[in-house]
Design a protein around this ligand. Structure first.
Ligand code: HEM
Length: 144
């Protein structure tokens, strides 16, 4: 189903739940991806202002407290929407999206577990990878 056709009108009977799921799905996706972009910008600004590693860690932890629940909401509402809209998750775009969601989650988990002891170069590479893969999820979603 094309993205245009997957967007349904809440006024049609029985569609309020689907509309609510789409609202939650898109809001959660925006929090995850938009948050990454804003986090990167704020981190660069804080570093320029001479923030200590403790301050940088506190900021990253605050982001995680919002971003991880958002990812959980995106996955649950995405699977639920796909079921209600009969979206073919076994299609090329479906499989690409599921793989990218798994990759973004794995990279973000790895980054969180290793950021404290890894070099700035490794940290930066992982952060760039998480952002690139997350933008890839959005691209695959548009093609779904
Ligand atoms: C298991 C995980 C996921 C599944 C099964 C899934 C499934 C879907 C489905 C069925 C749609 C179309 C219906 C709707 O708008 O609700 C959709 C749209 C969308 N999803 Fe997901 N999703 C998942 C995770 C994510 C994540 C983690 C993100 C963001 C990082 C995301 C971003 C989007 C965006 C931006 C759209 C709107 C695309 C458009 O309408 O053009 N999704 N997803």
């Amino acid at each position: 189903m094309s993205p245009v056709h997957s967007h349904i009108k809440a006024s049609e009977p029985g569609n309020a739940l689907t509309a609510a799921l789409q609202f939650l799905h898109l809001t959660a996706a925006a929090v995850w991806v938009g948050g990454l972009v804003v986090l990167g910008s704020i981190a660069a600004g804080l570093r320029r202002a001479g923030a200590t590693p403790d301050v940088m860690r506190a900021m990253a932890r605050s982001y995680g407290r919002v971003a991880w629940p958002a990812m959980v909401v995106a996955v649950i509402t995405g699977l639920w929407s796909a079921d209600r809209l009969s979206t073919d998750l076994a299609s090329g775009a479906g499989l690409a999206k599921l793989s990218l969601v798994a990759a973004a989650t794995a990279l973000a988990g790895l980054h969180q577990a290793t950021a404290r002891r890894s070099s700035p170069a490794v940290r930066g590479a992982l952060q760039a990878g998480i952002l690139a893969v997350s933008l890839g999820i959005v691209a695959a979603a548009v093609a779904l």
